[in-house]
Design a protein around this ligand. Sequence first.
Ligand code: FAD
Length: 386
Amino acid sequence: MLKQLGGRSVVSELAPNIKTYDVVVVGAGAAGVGVGVSLRHAGIENFLIVDSHGVGASFDRWPAETRFITPSFPSNSIGMLDLNSVAIGISPAYSLQVEHPTGAEYAAHLREIAKYFELPVRNGVNVINVTKYADVFLLDTPDETLYCKHLIWAAGEFQYPRRLGFEGADLCRHTATVSAYDELPGDDFVIIGGYESGVDAAFHLASYDKRARLLDAGCPWESGSSDPSVSLSVYSLERMREEWFESQIELLPNCEVCTVKQQGDSYVVCTCDERQLKTSAPPLLATGFEGSLPLVNNLFEQRADGYPVLNKHDESTITSGLFLCGPSVRHDQHVFCFIYKYRQRFAVVAKAIATSLGLPAEGLEMYRQWGMYLDDLSCCGKECVC
Ligand SMILES: Cc1cc2nc3c(=O)[nH]c(=O)nc-3n(C[C@H](O)[C@H](O)[C@H](O)COP(=O)(O)OP(=O)(O)OC[C@H]3O[C@@H](n4cnc5c(N)ncnc54)[C@H](O)[C@@H]3O)c2cc1C
C-alpha cells in the first residue's frame, strides 16, 4: 500500500498520528552513544537511539579477560582527548581509573555517558528490516514500525561474527561467543586467525598455563605499517613478548585452513598445505566479523572490498538521509575501525543532518579544537618515520 502511493507525505497522509523522528540511531554502542551526544550538541531534539539489547551490549559480551588495546589517559586537560573517549569532556581513564578497560567496564562507562547527556535510548528494540518510502525511513522491529527522516546506522560488528566458509567451520567456536577464557575446557587449543582477537585469546589461554597453536593465512605478526588498523597493536606485540606467551604459543604463519573434522572426542584442523593439527577442544575462530551491514546493504552502493560507498558526510550515495557511524566507515584506503578514528566523524554526520533540518548546529564548532571534526581527509594515512 505504501509502495503504491509513494510521494513525499505518504506516511503522514495515511496515518497522521504516526510519530516521525527527525533521526533514529540504530545501536547504542560506542558509535551510537557518541553520535547521540553530537546530535544533542547540534541542537537536534526529536531523535531516538534504539538498541536490540541495551547501551554497551557488545562490550558487555566481550570475554571477561579481554581489555582495550588502545590505552586511556586523562589527557583532556591540555586539549587532547583520551583515545577511548566518545565525547568531549569525557575520559574513561578518569572515570574508570584504568588504562586498558575491560568490555564490562567500558559498557558501564557508556551507560554513564548516556545518563549524563540524557540520551533518549530505548532498549530491547531489534531492527530487522529497513525500507525508505519517499522521504521517510520505516524501521521494522518484531513489535512495531518506527518512522524517521534520517537514519544513522550504528549497529556495529561484534554481534555478527564471521564464520569462514570452510567445511567444518560449524564445529569451531568464535571468540565472540566466549564469556571467559578461564572457563574453556581443554589444555591444548587451535586458534584460527592471528590478528588482535586471536592474539588476545592466545595470551589469556597461555596465562592459564594452556598451550595453543595460533595460525593465520598470512603473517599478521610482521607488518611494516605504523597504522594499528593495518598492523598489530603495540599492546598485543608487547603481550606476545611475555615469557609464558613465547613458551606456550606456537605461531603458524601462512597456514590456511581448508577443513575441520571431528574424530571421536577430538578435532582435526586440516590446512591447504596438508598439515593436520589435532586438538581436544573445539578450534577457536578469531576470524573477525561479518558485521550488521548485511541488514542494510541494499541501501548502500558497495565498494570492491564490500564496505559501503559513502559521500563526504558518511551518507549513502544511493539513499539520502542514511548515514553510517562506527568501525565500518571507510574512505579510500582509510580505515576508521578504532574509536579514536571514527569518533572524528560524529560531528560531520550531525552537521549534515542539522543542515538538512535547517539548524545552524553552532555547538559543533568546538569539536574542531578537540580533533573531533575530521572533514578534511587529506591529513590521513601518514606513516611514522621512526
Ligand atoms: C576484542 C576487541 C577489542 C577491541 N579493542 C578496541 C580498542 O582497544 N580500541 C578501540 O577503539 N576499539 C576496539 N575494538 C573495536 C570496538 O569494540 C568497536 O569499535 C566498537 O565496539 C564499535 O562500536 P559500535 O557502536 O559501532 O558497535 P557495538 O559496540 O557493537 O554497538 C552496536 C550496538 O548495536 C546494537 N544492535 C546491533 N544490531 C542491532 C539491530 N539490528 N537493532 C538494534 N540494535 C542493534 C547492539 O546491541 C549494540 O549495542 C575492539 C573490538 C573487539 C572485538
